[in-house]
Design a protein around this ligand. Structure first.
Ligand code: ADP
Ligand code: MG
Length: 312
């Protein structure tokens, strides 16, 4: 009996640092990422989730530049676009590699909507910067015209900020489970899922961004996964990250994770959400969450590296 894992792939699995975001480069990066995932299929059934921050940002820039010709889409529709484009690249790469290894498995990417609460506190204080940078004058105009909330971003210009609400329920969860029962490798909850609210019983998209690590934890709990695996740019989680007194962690209990999170070891824009996702999954299931670099996945799966978050 294989173990079921949710495998979340981070930004650099799609766009390698320093590379232009051409389709060709993205295919090549994804192909590399999939070569690591294929290796785990002997022992694991997997659901793949992925981020979309840079990609959705690029679409927003394209739409901003062309806005006099074609009206820009809201963020939820653009999220769906990236689930389509990245889903396509992942599915195609994976199929090609499975074929080469003569592994007969079906692969499917699911457009995934995730319910959020319209009364989530996050809607009162939008925090997630997205899309292009603007001058202060442009920003003031956009805030007036479109009702956007915009903030100055670390001296680099003004940027739109959107809420990052908590994911509550995955609309397509039954379809995902059905596919898993039928031995399909599933790609789901891309970009953290498309945020939707229930409005008088109907689903309706909202302009927000759900953190992909939080969405991955919710999905892993929902499908009763044995393990949550978060692949990112570092081999291990660290205390005092990047400082001379840095300490790399092999294991981390939920209690320790909560303590170090409070002490500020895991920043909100990067390692923080991964640790929160790990805490959520491990607390709900008493199982484990592995955080590592995709290049080290094979060794990490047999306990030779990576950081494991465990119950306790
Ligand atoms: P992803 O695209 O995978 O979500 P992020 O850049 O958002 O990746 O977050 C992972 C990054 O967080 C790491 O590559 C590292 O640069 C940074 N980081 C911040 N704090 C820590 C920490 N305490 N331990 C390890 N990495 C950290
Ligand atoms: Mg991230």
């Amino acid at each position: 009996m294989k173990k079921l894992a949710v495998v979340a792939i981070g930004g650099n699995a799609v766009n390698r640092p320093g590379e232009k975001p051409t389709a060709e480069n993205m295919f090549s990066a994804i192909e590399e990422a999939m070569s690591y995932l294929v290796e785990m299929l002997d022992e694991y059934d997997i659901v793949i989730t992925h981020g979309n921050g840079p990609q959705v940002g690029n679409i927003l820039i394209q739409q901003e530049m062309a806005k006099d010709l074609i009206p820009p889409f809201p963020i939820d529709v653009n999220d769906a676009q990236t689930q389509g484009s990245l889903g396509y690249m992942i599915v195609q790469s994976l199929r090609n590699q499975l074929e080469k290894k003569q592994i007969k498995r079906e692969v499917a990417a699911i457009i995934t909507q995730i319910i959020v609460d319209r009364n989530d506190e996050a809607f009162k204080k939008p925090s997630k910067p997205i899309g292009p940078f603007y001058t202060e004058e442009e920003a003031r105009k956009l805030m007036n015209e479109k009702g956007w909330i915009m903030k100055e971003d670390a001296g680099r210009g003004w940027r739109r900020v959107v809420p990052s609400p908590k994911p509550l329920d995955i609309v397509e969860k039954e379809i995902i489970k059905m596919l898993l029962r039928n031995d399909v490798i599933v790609v789901a909850a891309g970009g953290g899922g498309i945020p939707v609210i229930r409005d008088n019983g109907s689903l309706k998209g909202v302009e927000a961004v759900i953190d992909k690590d939080r969405a991955s934890a919710l999905l892993a709990i929902e499908i009763d996964a044995q393990e949550l695996i978060i692949l990112t740019g570092v081999e291990k989680v660290a205390l005092n990250y990047g400082k001379p007194n840095q300490v790399l962690l092999d294991t981390l209990t939920v209690q320790e994770a909560e303590k170090y999170l409070k002490e500020g070891h895991f920043p909100a824009g990067s390692m923080g959400p991964k640790i929160e996702a790990a805490i959520d999954f491990v607390t709900a299931t008493k199982r484990t969450c592995l955080i590592t670099d995709m290049k080290k996945l094979k060794e990490a799966l047999i306990g030779l590296t990576g950081t494991k978050v465990v119950y306790g």
